[in-house]
Design a protein around this ligand. Sequence first.
Ligand code: CA
Length: 347
Amino acid sequence: MIPQNPHYKRIATEEGWMTPELMKMYLHILENKTIHDPGFFNLWGFFAQNSSPRAKDLFARIQDLGERRLSDMDATGIDMQLLMLTAPGVQVFEKNIAVDLARSTNDQLAQTIKAHPTRFCGLAAIAPQDPESAAKEMERAVHHLGLKGALINSHTQGEYLDDEKFWAIFEAAEALDVPIYIHPNSPSPQMVEPYLSRCLDAAICGFAAETSLHVLRLIVSGVFDRFPKLKIVLGHLGEGLPYWHYRIDFMHAGIVRSNRSEGVKPLKKKPSEYLRENFWYTSSGMAWEPAITFAQKIMGMDRVLYAMDYPYQYVEEEVLAMDQLPLTLEEKKMFFQTNAQKLFRLE
Ligand code: CA
């Protein structure tokens, strides 16, 4: 049992949940093979159908928005969770189903938050399959449900948001001045094959490869020149990107100079400048001091936020290790509390 910290609230900012209804729909996909998405089958074939303690434990925890989750938070000294619909959310479904499911899921999330307003806050699920509806749902969720932004679980059926047909979503997020959290998904069907036979497709590696690819596609496409105030949040300390700033800038400049690709046009800034100015990173699943302090050094102390990645990585010792980071008390308060309060405009 870890007590609350007397100096700061611990706000965990990438915490997964799902409805029993959605779990049933995933099971239906698994049993009837209604989609082509090998990463989905490897991930949810385990967590929804396997009988190992790890799978059964996650199956129960992720669907609970009541006593069990609250007691898990109490046991680890977590004051508040920012909830987001776990990957791949509604993004594997046919357009109309996904749009309806995003709405009903957001309504349920809002009810949960209303019941426990000091313990939960959340991001809206949206269906990129229908960008106009997704933009409207984001607006409804922010203005009428009190949600703090939107969640997108990386690729949608193999498509990435750098395609301009999706940009109504960015336009809405910028106008509402709320962040979009780009959470990992299993690598897209066109990417996943070499990961599968060694089970590298999910959180061990494939998630970060898929999500960092997605982010770089966005940057190179010029999304942030079109929407300069767009705020994007990444988990897992930026999915490896902080380590790559120098090389990405160097190589991108060379590709632009030599006019090497139709898909790469000059940008107003260096790629790393967008990464510093339009992005925030959470520490989900990365409770490791060298990586956290490196991300803080690259991004600035005000752009790295605490996250646990409940229930996938529910580990008490990690919370205590984070309390021991070599930071001043004020910096720890930023990491655990105030950065999240500012970015997500929490009361
Ligand atoms: Ca997660």
